[in-house]
Design a protein around this ligand. Structure first.
Ligand code: HEM
Length: 217
């Protein structure tokens, strides 16, 4: 369907870049290269950049996880054609998040990063999420999917673990107000709960079919 490939997908792609564009322009503003009030990142631009990229990593992970339930609800398989794009945007934003942290927050000092990974559990969890996303991004092509066959599906189930790690990282990172991480916990519980329910349904169907076969034999 050409309108999806040539119109909808490029539009969604451009929309996904808006937070990065905002951060990029905000950074230029903060550096004094631009003077546009509308894209100002406030008094602590590094913190805003870090938080915005972290949020969007999590948002894209959740959006990618929404595609299957949406397909099931609407019986519209088109949703699945956006899953890879959203997953790759999660990877893109986590790389930005990590770069802002390493280059601007820690001034590029790898020793300090290592100290943080070892000493602060929420950084350890975040780092694990980032590392686990790498094999998924590398194998996101149709060619890799064909080459890996069923192993690809198993590997890409890591997205569930990564989302849990991401929400956990957010929860542990906040100092007092847990309302927002709690919202993500609820969303993720719904999304993973739906998959568990679907899995149990299909197991039940298989055992009913087996029972019917043995009963008829
Ligand atoms: C899948 C991986 C990751 C996800 C989903 C994620 C997501 C988030 C989210 C949602 C926030 C909170 C933003 C807010 O408060 O508005 C955050 C904060 C933060 N993240 Fe990550 N992150 C990930 C990986 C990492 C990695 C690899 C690092 C660094 C090694 C990191 C370092 C931080 C830091 C320093 C903060 C700020 C905490 C604070 O201000 O107290 N994150 N992240």
């Amino acid at each position: 369907m050409w309108p999806i490939r040539w119109v909808l997908k490029p539009l969604v792609f451009l929309a996904c870049l808006i937070p990065a564009l905002h951060i990029g322009l905000g950074a230029l503003n903060a550096a004094g290269v631009l003077h546009i009030g509308a894209v100002s990142l406030g008094a602590d631009p590094v913190k805003v950049m870090l938080h915005t990229c972290g949020r969007w990593t999590l948002n894209f992970l959740m959006i990618a996880l929404c595609m299957t339930p949406l397909k099931d609800l609407t019986h519209w398989v088109v949703w699945l054609r956006f899953r890879r794009m959203f997953g790759l945007f999660a990877f893109f934003y986590v790389l930005l998040h990590f770069s802002v942290y390493l280059l601007l927050d820690q001034s590029g000092k790898l020793g300090d990063l290592w100290q943080d990974i070892v000493k602060r559990p929420y950084i350890t969890i975040g780092m694990l999420g980032l590392l686990l996303l790498i094999p998924l991004a590398v194998t996101s092509t149709a060619k890799a999917q064909r080459r890996l066959g069923r192993r690809w599906t198993r590997l890409h189930r890591l997205i569930y673990v990564i989302s849990i790690l991401g929400v956990w990282h957010f929860w542990w990172g906040v100092k007092k107000d847990i309302r927002e991480p709690l919202l993500y916990v609820c969303g993720l519980t719904l999304l993973l709960g739906y998959r568990l329910w679907k899995h149990r349904q299909s197991l039940a169907r298989v055992s009913v079919a087996r029972f019917a076969r043995t009963d008829g034999a």
